[in-house]
Design a protein around this ligand. Structure first.
Ligand code: F6R
Length: 241
């Protein structure tokens, strides 16, 4: 289902309300979390909303989609640091229940298997938040990733590294590789909310709209998901027919 909202702040309010409702109805829910610019206003709104309604988040479990290889959780550009800054440090989470892939692991393959198994051990994700890359990636599942691919190591596409360089100060390189939850874990989530905002997402949204399901555009897989919502602002929707 495609929904178009006027701007990022109405989207943030809407997605925040979805999260709060989910947590109120299932306080021990398993959330799949994303990072990136799209999520920043959403997490800010959710934190404010959660404070307003005194939301208990202590029983939640979360699994983040991805982490850069070679960045430790203390590195300011790691996704671990992002999550602390924008969400985890603001509410009463049980930090032992908050999971991200370990970008410093010595055994990448074993870690990917263990991360996927950990998600399964919790019964999969109840509500998965997603942004989308300018090339259609979700998590870091770049174009061409098989839809049945589990958590894995990925060489980032050149466009992804260029897009994400805006988060890295001059002289700091965007890492070349990452660990990402696979299309398999994402598609197993019981409910998915993908958000795309801004003109930079308009072209890929138009392609998504016009194309059948194809591994060339990973997020077209959501067309087959029974409970996936694609939420756009007017700028991201501006090239839809
Ligand atoms: C982030 C992630 C990515 C981003 C996507 C969009 O954890 O998995 O798929 O959601 O690259 O990034 P932004 O929101 O910065 O445009």
């Amino acid at each position: 289902m495609l929904q178009i909202f006027p701007d990022t702040s109405t989207i943030a309010e809407h997605v925040s309300a979805t999260l709060v409702a989910k947590i109120q109805s299932k306080p021990d829910a398993v959330l799949g979390l994303a990072t990136g610019g799209t999520m920043e206003p959403i997490y800010a709104q959710f934190v404010a909303h959660a404070h307003r309604v005194n939301l208990d988040v202590s029983r939640l479990t979360s699994f983040n989609l991805d982490e850069y290889i070679g960045l430790s959780p203390d590195h300011p550009k790691s996704y671990s640091a992002y999550m602390r800054e924008h969400l985890f440090s603001h509410l009463g989470f049980d930090t032992s229940r908050l999971h991200l892939p370990d970008g410093m692991t010595q055994d990448l393959e074993a870690h990917c298997k263990a991360y996927a198994a950990h998600i399964q051990a919790f019964g999969g994700v109840d509500l998965q938040l997603l942004g989308v890359g300018g090339n259609g990636h979700i998590g870091f599942n770049e174009p061409g990733t098989p839809f049945d691919c589990p958590c894995h190591v990925v060489e980032l596409a050149e466009q992804t590294r260029i897009d994400n360089s805006r988060f890295f100060a001059e002289g700091l390189m965007v890492p070349r590789s990452a660990i990402t939850m696979g299309m398999a874990e994402i598609m197993q989530a019981r409910e998915i909310v993908l958000v795309a905002t801004g003109e930079a997402k308009a072209q890929i949204m138009a392609e998504w709209y016009q194309q059948d399901v194809t591994e060339r555009i990973p997020f077209t897989a959501l067309k087959r998901h029974p409970r996936a919502r694609i939420i756009l602002d007017e700028a991201a929707a501006s090239l839809l027919p």
